[in-house]
Design a protein around this ligand. Sequence first.
Ligand SMILES: [Mn+2]
Length: 323
Amino acid sequence: MQDGYDIIGDVHGCADELEQLLSNMGYAEVDATWKHPNRQAVFVGDFIDRGPHQLRAVAIPKAMVEAGSALAVIGNHEFNAISLATTDDNGDFNRAHSERNLEQSAVFLDAATFGSAGHREILDWFTTLPMWLDLGGIRVVHACWHEPSMRVLGELASANNSLTPELVVEANRRGSPAYDAAEIVLKGPEAALEGYSYSDKDGHIRTGGRVTWWDPTATTLQHGIRLAGNWTVFDPDNQPVEHLPASPLPDWVRQITPTATDRTPVCFGHYWFTVGANNAELKIIDTKAACVDFSAVKGGPLVAYRWSGETELSSDNLITSSG
Ligand SMILES: [Mn+2]
C-alpha cells in the first residue's frame, strides 16, 4: 500500500495546478477526495494567500488529510492566519491588524470572510497541522529543519507538534524563545545586512535577508543571503550596489547549516525557487535537500518530489503540474 510520499510545494491558492499535479502523479478523485492506490501526498504548507482559488486550495488538501491520502505541515501563511484571529491574555490579536499585516492576508480573508463559521473551520484545521514531519528517511518542514528550534517549539506544542493557543501567543511575542524558533522553522533564518538593504518582490524595503541555510559553503552575506535577481541592493549610504558585502554570516546562522555528517534528506518549500527557461532550473538543491516551491502562484509550475525510500535525492523525482 505505502510505496512512498509525494511532497508537494506551496499551493498559495493555485487549486487548478494542484489538481493537475495530482492527476499527473496518478491520484484520482474517489469519494470526493484525491487518492493514490499506494502513495501518500505530503504538503509543505502555504496553502493560502496570493492566488486565485483560496478556498479550494484549502479544501482539497484538507479532504485528503482527513481521508488519510495526505499529510501536511503548517506554513508561515497559515500561522499568520491563525495569529490574526486569536488573542493574547490582554485580548489583543496575536498578530496585529496593521495595514501591512492585513494586506498580506487580504486575498484569503476576502475569500474566507473573517470571523465566519467557514473561516473558523479552516483555522481549526490549520491548528491541527504539525510544524514538521520526520517520516523516517525523509523529513518535511515548511522553511528550515533546525532541531534546537524544534525542541523549543515542541515544549509548547501539541503531541503531534501542532500549535496550541499558548504557543501561538508565545510565538508572536517578539524576543521570546518561541518567537525566534518559529521564525526559523516556519519562515527560515534571516540575517541582518549590516546597514545594507534591498527592495523585495512586494516593494518592501528589508534590512534582513533569508539565509540559504541548506548550503554549508555559503558563509558570507554575499553568498548566503537569498535575493532574487531583479531586486535592488542598497549600501549603507542608500546607493544601489551590485551585491551584498563578503562579510561573514553571524555564527548563530552558520550553526543552523547542516553538517556533512548528519543529513537525513529534507524537503521544504517557502523559498520561491524558479525553473528558468525550458525548466532548466527545475532541480533539487543537492542529494540531501530539495526545495519544492517553484513559485506556482507567480507563473511557475506546482512541483512535487516523489520519494520512494532513496537516501540520495535526485532531480529525476521532481514532477510538475505542467506535465
Ligand atoms: Mn512560506
